[in-house]
Design a protein around this ligand. Structure first.
Ligand code: DGT
Ligand code: CA
Ligand code: CA
Ligand code: ZN
Length: 580
């Protein structure tokens, strides 16, 4: 089994950091940083060096590094790194996450003050012991303390809605400044990952971009400027995120946009591809390789990302699919069409004041109509959901009556709009749905969701979900694992088996567009396509202002899962839905 090389540069850099933290000298540690750069440049070509001797032929790779790399190629681990991670105290290692501290200074504090916990570090920063160390001083101790406090107050990652909101603020801040030609959000946000680390902005500028860097670093929400260079700035904002801004000129923009969009794995793949064609690709452009070196005099630059992909003989890859998972599709030129926001015809999965929604059924329906949709499949909670004011059978009948009346009115007013009778039925612990079969068969459709008893063992949970899917009334599975991103993992389910079963039963699995849910997880999209699973992009809206979740987060997730409109229920007209 060949090892995944994409993580190797990071592992080598981490070894360098841990060596410095352990007190090793700069010369020794620096060799590992150099190795990281070399390995990154080599890409997949590293595999061809199948002996220590062949590895030693690389510039800067001595005997011991060659032996480490050789070990990695056969086992996927670096002995030196393993050893450091075992011997250094775990909390001391976590000091490396404090931005601006760095391994060398961390080592100095650790060694001189003989401390290795975060709490002790905090004390020493507060009581002046760090400030008194040679080479530190009050100002830098204060900075480190700020960074530590910030780190404790901010999660490592944030949800998509928070990231999108912040990106919008930065876009507003920068978009009218002189010199700006184009501004793009790159990184994981452009790829529509379900959670975001830092935010990466790439600006195409006609000058140096000084106005942008200045506005960016002086933005009122900035709590600390980490880097302030001519083409790169990096700041931390009070919202708890780090933001990076790069400015490049028009020639370099397409290559830079590809590079900073990532993913790292996709970049490694593209670089390998360039090599095969006698070229070399980096963040500045695409160049011919002459004697193993980039020929910078003759850039193969192209006016757009699409043109660059073409130069590599690859199909344009939408940012959402620039992940290792989709590499085989890129190679085979089989990138599918992806769903777009205006493919959506209607809304499925929303709540009203009948259960725990904030707006009335009529208000929800009119909001859907105003957004240009043709139907609303209302799905209030079922009777077991007492915490959410779930509907008793009588309430169901009363709601149906209101739906009939509203639909009659839409018809009389000549509106192309209909409310479908749905329910979000709890899947009970025994796998039964939440009403008698008679009542269940009266709904146009049923979404079956797990809301309670989530800590069941894998086998029982699997049986529970499978039974629900097999129920003839079940149309859609809601938020299948009930995960809450960055908060709690999902229930124990064999998702592969669930997806296969749902496909054979003609049951869809929704992509729930509530930012903490965002599942069906996009990683299952490839399997879903193979087995012909249907989905629905669902807002799970509990208020009219949550309907736009569909286009803000649901469509990006469905694209990331590689769904085209034909496999998405609410891209169909109402009359074509739920016919089994
Ligand atoms: P995040 O911030 O954890 O949500 O994920 P990303 O993908 O935004 O990662 P980030 O911010 O570290 O870097 C942004 C992009 O820049 C990344 O997707 C690819 C590129 N990049 C950054 N560092 C490296 C690197 O060491 N090697 C390669 N090949 N690409 C890199
Ligand atoms: Ca990022
Ligand atoms: Ca970044
Ligand atoms: Zn739900």
């Amino acid at each position: 089994m060949p090892q995944d090389l994409s993580s190797l540069p990071d592992l080598l850099s981490r070894t360098a950091d841990l060596l410095r933290l352990s007190g090793a000298n700069d010369f020794k540690a620096g060799a590992w940083n150099k190795a990281a750069a070399i390995v990154e440049q080599e890409g997949d070509a590293l595999r061809l060096r199948d002996s220590e001797k062949a590895l030693q032929e690389l510039p800067g790779i001595g005997k011991s590094l060659a032996s480490e790399l050789h070990h990695f190629l056969s086992t996927g681990t670096l002995p030196q790194l393993d050893c450091l991670e075992k011997t250094l105290p775990a909390e001391l290692i976590s000091w490396l996450d404090i931005s601006g501290l760095g391994p060398k200074r961390a080592a100095k504090i650790h060694k001189t003050l003989e401390i290795d916990s975060i709490a002790e570090l905090k004390n020493a920063l507060e009581d002046g012991r760090v400030a008194a160390l040679p080479g530190f001083g009050k100002k830098s101790a204060h900075k480190i303390l700020n960074a530590l406090t910030w780190m404790e107050g901010s999660g490592e990652r944030c949800l998509l809605d928070e990231a999108q909101g912040l990106a919008q603020q930065v876009t507003d801040l920068l978009s009218n400044l002189p010199g700006l030609i184009r501004l793009e959000c790159a990184g994981s946000l452009r790829r529509s990952r379900e959670s975001i680390g830092d935010l990466d902005f790439l600006a195409c500028v006609s000058d140096q971009g000084e106005a942008l860097h200045q506005a960016f670093c002086e933005w009122e929400d900035v709590v600390e400027v980490l880097v302030r260079g001519e083409t790169k700035s990096s700041v931390r904002v009070k919202q708890g995120r780090q933001l990076d801004l790069r400015t490049v000129n028009e020639t370099a923009f397409p290559a830079a946009l590809i590079y900073f969009t990532g993913s790292k794995e996709h970049n490694v793949f593209l670089r390998g591809r360039a090599r095969e064609k006698g070229l070399t690709l980096n963040e500045y452009g695409l160049y011919p390789l002459v004697d193993g070196e980039a020929d910078r005099e003759h850039p193969q630059n192209a006016p757009s990302e699409a043109a660059l992909y073409q130069k590599l003989d690859l199909p344009f890859t939408p940012p959402e699919l620039r992940e290792a998972l989709y590499q085989s599709w890129v190679e085979a030129d089989t990138i599918p069409e992806l769903v777009e926001a205006n493919d959506l015809q209607g809304v499925l999965h929303a709540h009203s004041t009948w259960s725990d929604g904030k707006n009335t059924l009529q208000d929800m329906a009119e909001a859907c109509l105003n957004l240009g949709y043709h139907y609303l499949g209302i799905t209030d909670h079922s009777q077991s959901a007492f915490y959410a004011n779930g509907l008793k059978p009588q309430a169901v009948e009363a709601q149906w009556k209101e739906i009939d009346e509203l639909n009659q009115r839409f018809k009389d007013e000549g509106k192309d709009f209909i409310i479908l009778k749905g329910i979000e039925s709890d899947i009970r612990a025994d796998g039964n749905l939440d009403y008698e079969d008679d009542l269940l068969s009266g709904f146009d459709f049923v979404i079956a969701s797990i809301h309670g008893q989530m800590d069941m063992e894998a086998e029982a949970m699997q049986a529970r979900m499978e039974k629900a899917i097999r129920h003839p009334a079940c149309s859609i599975v809601g938020h299948p694992t009930a995960r809450l991103l960055l908060q709690r993992p999902g229930v124990k389910l064999d998702m592969e088996a669930i997806i296969r079963l749902a496909a054979t039963q003609s049951v869809a699995i929704e992509i729930n567009a509530a930012p903490p849910r965002l599942e069906l997880d996009w990683r299952w999209g490839k399997l879903a396509k193979e087995v012909g699973l249907q989905t629905a992009i669902c807002p799970d809206a509990h208020a009219v202002n949550q309907l736009t979740r569909m286009t803000q987060y649901g469509v990006p997730m469905a694209r990331k899962a590689a769904f085209d409109a034909s496999r998405i229920l609410n891209c169909q007209a109402a009359q074509n839905l739920f016919i089994k």
